[in-house]
Design a protein around this ligand. Structure first.
Ligand code: C2O
Ligand code: CU
Ligand code: CU
Length: 504
């Protein structure tokens, strides 16, 4: 009797271990042979017209073969999938002319850009089918790897999923002076990471599971099973998590060390040696990887730290296992490797004492006035679901503010604020370290964490048009995990209209 029980227990344990091995130790998107050359989005410097740099971005439907022999209907910018990498320089005046050739309304948002509210491309700057909208602004921020994507309320996730996403890289005197790899597509490589679900016909399957869309097929720059040939020297990868919901823990399959040099909003002060970078949806990182050893390596995503988290997230459908992304194949170098710069930037710390106020931001939790957050609704922020007709927060122009972002439970949410780049003041009371010392516009707040961010509101007041803050899991955002803030010269003297919008 005892024997049988012991035997059964052994079988259960073995079966469990095998499942674990199959699911997590073996790659979850395994069997990739990396036969497709990594696509590099075109880069665009626009054309200068009357002293303004102009770009034309046309959003329209297309077809792309991602998987062999399967034609996938897509939407892209100036092409079937993704859009050109828009290259801007600090101090320039630019016009981004966005034409909507889809048969539904959309918008175009410059994620991470410091721009006036009317130029931000939020749900309030809709572009009707067959029309165009122009965002005009001065590039007024340091060199940074920004990106652009649609932002129509309720359908952002779907538009991005079909392919409307592009990079927007800013340069300045500092970035130009730094001795870094800068040859686009050669040693300075855009890496847009996305997961997709394909149905049997090869169409994208926009299937919401556990409140968001998680794919099992990885695309890099819209390339499935990609390889990239580089010279065997130091190369620069500019990573964007352009996925709707999946969080990545990026590293290489040989566990090689590399250096992170930039976060969302600009360069770190000095290269940071590491072998992992966590990227939640919307986040960016620039890394320098040395391939002078000539050895091939696969860029991949690891399971998140801790097997409990990993198993937990697997069973709620979020499954972060081993996901292979891109095989990098070094060839003999024609040029000598760039040295690792000692210094990249100066980041003066904003002091908590300089903040005019602290705003609480509670992610998830119950809805204000009761009522369940359920399918299609929520999770809320501060108990509220997004209402385009309501102003949630009013900020005084010139103030520095602390936003205390608290995630009391459930799942991790990447919290994004428009207009600004912020600094992390502390996480669970601990001062930031490593890459969290860099400028950010999106910060991952895992369940149970409280992150205080601090930011100056230095430019651009508008008494009527709000900016957004939201969770960057796009299905959460679309279900209302978003709020609106105004930046005004004098919050005491709001128009009665704005006052009414505040109290809905
Ligand atoms: Cu990536 Cu509200 O934006
Ligand atoms: Cu944004
Ligand atoms: Cu969320």
């Amino acid at each position: 009797m005892k024997r049988t029980a012991l035997g059964l227990l052994m079988i259960v344990l073995l079966a469990g271990a095998t499942c674990y091995w199959l699911t997590f130790i073996r790659v979850t998107n395994g069997g990739l042979t990396f036969e497709n050359k990594l696509l590099i989005p075109e880069q665009s410097f626009g054309t200068v017209v009357d002293g303004r740099r102009q770009f034309h971005l046309t959003v329209g439907e297309g077809i792309r073969e991602f998987l062999p022999g399967k034609r996938t209907p897509t939407v892209g910018v100036n092409g079937p999938y993704l859009g050109p990498t828009v290259r801007l320089r600090r101090g320039e005046d630019v016009d981004l002319i966005v034409r909507n050739n889809m048969d539904e309304m959309t918008t175009m948002h410059w994620h991470g850009a410091h721009v006036p509210a009317r130029m931000d491309g939020t749900p309030h700057q809709s572009i009707q089918p067959g029309t165009a909208w122009t965002a005009s602004f001065e590039v007024a921020q340091q060199a940074a790897p920004l990106w652009y994507h649609p932002h129509p309320h309720g359908t952002t996730g779907r538009h991005v999923y079909r392919g409307v996403t592009g990079l927007m890289w800013i340069d300045d005197d500092n970035s130009e002076a730094l001795d870094l790899p800068k040859t686009y597509g050669v040693d300075d490589i855009p890496i847009v990471i996305q997961d997709r679900l394909f149905d049997d016909d090869g169409a994208f399957d926009f299937a919401i599971n556990q409140g968001a869309v998680y794919g099992d097929t990885m695309l890099v720059n819209g390339t499935w099973s990609p390889f990239l040939q580089v010279e065997s020297r130091r190369i620069r990868l500019r990573l964007l998590n352009g996925s709707n919901a999946r969080i990545y823990y990026i590293g290489f399959d040989d566990n090689r060390a590399f250096h992170q040099i930039a976060t969302d909003g600009g360069f770190l002060e000095a290269p940071l040696q590491t072998n992992r970078v966590t990227l939640a949806p919307g986040e960016r990182a620039e890394i320098l990887v040395d391939f002078s050893d000539g050895a091939e390596a696969v860029l991949k995503s690891y399971p998140e730290a801790g097997w409990l988290d990993t198993i937990g997230s697997f069973f709620v459908g979020l499954g972060t296992g081993h996901l292979e992304l891109l095989k990098i194949v070094p060839r003999p170098a024609k040029r000598v490797s760039h040295a690792l710069p000692e210094r990249l930037n100066t980041i003066s710390r904003i002091k908590a004492a300089d903040a005019a106020k602290t705003r609480p931001m509670v992610l998830g939790g119950p809805l204000r006035g009761g009522g369940p957050a359920g399918p299609g609704v929520g999770p809320p922020i501060n108990g509220k679901i997004m209402d385009m007709g309501r102003i949630d927060e009013v900020v005084r122009l010139g103030d520095t503010e602390i936003w205390e972002v608290r995630n009391p439970g459930g799942q991790a949410h990447p919290f994004h604020v428009h207009l600004v780049q912020f600094q992390i003041l502390d996480r669970n009371g601990q001062p930031p370290a490593g890459a969290e010392l860099g400028w950010k516009d999106t910060v991952l707040v895992p369940a149970g964490d409280t992150v205080r961010v601090i930011m100056p509101f230095e430019r651009y007041a508008d008494p009527e048009v709000p900016y957004m803050y939201h969770c960057h899991i796009m299905e959460h955002e679309d279900a209302g995990m978003m709020g609106q803030f105004l930046v005004v010269e004098d919050p005491e003297r709001l128009s009665s209209r704005t006052r009414n919008l505040q109290h809905r």
